[in-house]
Ligand binder design. Structure first.
Ligand code: MN
Ligand code: MN
Length: 301
């Protein structure tokens, strides 16, 4: 049995690609099962309903198991006991992380917009059948990760995959599908400041210290206008409780590709010079992976 597990704080790609990789392994005649390391978000819920699929089982212990990783290769983003598991496969579209293995593994790491784009090509290579639910999962994951093709992480391979997957998923009006997906993606109604910070939070070990960077994707900045103080207070609390050197939250308006960065912690002074009256606006910034975090690494170094 191979357990397929996406990263902590799972986004739609981590959930969908785990289910898709399970299907790929089963098509190879292997036993496989997707699991998840945390609660699913509203966008993922929307996608699973469209696909008619159940969410993977919540499971955070993998000691003694054979596992595949999807959508990451950093130990910090894996289950806490990942060192006691045997990693047999990685499918990912991020920079290579610090995972190591004792035995040879199968690794598919491509610089594309979504893990599902790689999985789609593996399905094609292996002539494996792509059912309608699986096509829906891959299509949605790609459109989520690339923010409907708008992200600078989006490549021709992602667009090609969507063009081939839309008919397989039975999606006739792609623009309407994208619009509804992005409405679900930016639905933050009723979430507390702590839930907003945690919504898509990633930990980055940096210069022997811990840094966290969250991101909230919005249809308009007005959605968080009256929560700025509370969000900053939550970042501050995490810094002291978790001994972080730096905690930041990217508030990203996906309609204008504008990000406002909230930040706290002892390294904050390194960032202050880039802010105006305490407000740091990053123009043309949609992607944490390709824009937000690389910029921060440069300034925090
Ligand atoms: Mn992800
Ligand atoms: Mn991804």
């Amino acid at each position: 049995m191979i357990l397929v597990v996406g990263h902590k704080n799972p986004d739609s790609d981590s959930i969908c690609s785990a289910l898709v990789a399970e299907a790929l392994l089963k098509a190879r005649g292997l036993e496989a099962k997707a699991i998840r390391q945390g609660e699913i978000n509203r966008e993922t819920q929307f996608i699973l309903e469209k696909a008619g699929m159940d969410k993977p089982e919540l499971r955070t212990e993998v000691a003694g198991e054979n596992i595949w990783l999807v959508d990451y290769s950093d130990l910090a983003q894996g289950p806490d006991d990942i060192a006691q598991a045997e990693i047999l496969g990685i499918v990912d579209h991020h920079r290579l992380g610090d995972v190591t293995t004792t035995n040879p593994l199968e690794a598919w790491i491509w610089p594309v917009g979504c893990t599902s784009t790689i999985l789609f090509n593996l399905f094609k290579m292996e002539n494996a059948e792509i059912t309608r639910p699986i096509a829906t999962l891959m299509l949605s994951a790609i459109l989520s990760d690339t923010v409907g093709f708008a992200s600078p992480t989006c490549t021709d391979k992602d667009k090609q995959a969507v063009a081939e997957l839309a008919p397989l998923a039975g999606v006739e009006d792609l623009d309407a599908f994208i619009k509804n997906l992005l409405i679900a993606k930016t639905d933050i109604e009723g979430l507390t400041p702590a839930e907003l910070v945690e919504k898509d939070l990633k930990a980055y070990p940096f210069n022997d210290r811990q840094v966290i960077v969250g991101q909230v994707e919005l249809a308009t900045m007005d959605q968080v206008a009256d929560q700025i103080d509370a969000l900053e207070a939550d970042l501050e609390r995490r810094c002291s409780e978790e001994s972080l050197a730096f905690a930041a939250l990217m508030l990203t308006d996906i309609t204008t590709s504008t990000t406002r960065l909230l930040y706290k912690g002892e390294w904050s002074s390194k960032i202050d010079a880039h802010a105006e009256s305490g407000v740091l606006i990053m123009e043309n910034t949609l992607s944490r992976k390709k824009q937000g975090w690389p910029w921060l690494q440069g300034v925090l170094a």
